[in-house]
Design a protein. Structure first.
Length: 203
């Protein structure tokens, strides 16, 4: 008969895998991608380096899992913000404000998510990260256009342009670890003007 893991053994393996992902996420937030080595992750998790390779063939495979968890949390955060009080335009603004403010609170992690040089599998996950946010923007822009509170526009192009602009504006402050107090308000004003909204009505 083929060997079958008991539920207890499987639970222990799953717990160790999650512990490695948590250790890698902590190191990514502290040091960035370049210094988040397999050896460092193993040391943080209190296991041997070989133990990491039992679960992840390479560092990039581990960081892909970290990215997926981080992206899920960021998307949940902006969607909660966009579901808050305010009109349809406020919902788009809430995505920008929430994403930017959260990024600036964890600059090393956000820089890794957005711009730090990474291996190809992680870069592919980064592109998916951007697509997820584009879809979130596009859905709210589409709704606002249908309601007549924004001028007609291609919501997909607007969303892609906004995601690119927000990322580009944040890269400098994130890499330096310092942002001006005007960074997020200026991003909001840019967003309103890019949408064709009346920024005086949405201070």
């Amino acid at each position: 008969m083929p060997y079958r893991r008991t539920e207890q053994v499987q639970a222990r393996l799953d717990a160790q895998r999650e512990a490695l992902i948590a250790a890698a996420a902590a190191l990514l937030a502290e040091r960035g991608y370049a210094d988040c080595s397999v050896a460092a992750v193993a040391a943080r998790a209190g296991v041997s380096t070989g133990s990491v390779y039992r679960y992840f063939p390479a560092k990039a495979d581990l960081i892909v899992e970290v990215f997926r968890g981080l992206v899920s949390r960021e998307v949940d955060a902006v969607e909660r913000a966009a579901a808050g009080p305010g009109d349809l335009i406020d919902r788009v603004v809430a995505i920008v404000e929430t994403f930017a403010n959260r990024a600036l609170k964890s600059p090393r992690q956000a820089y890794a998510l957005l711009a730090e040089p990474v291996d190809a599998p992680v870069e592919a996950e980064r592109l998916e990260f951007r697509r997820v946010f584009q879809r979130a923007f596009a859905a709210h822009v589409t709704e606002a256009v249908k309601a007549g509170v924004l001028p007609p526009q291609d919501a997909q192009i607007t969303a892609a342009a906004l995601v690119g602009a927000v990322a580009e504006v944040l890269v400098g402050p994130l890499s330096a670890g310092v942002a001006s107090a005007d960074t997020v308000p200026n991003l909001v004003r840019f967003t309103l003007r890019a949408l064709g909204a009346d920024d005086a009505a949405h201070p």
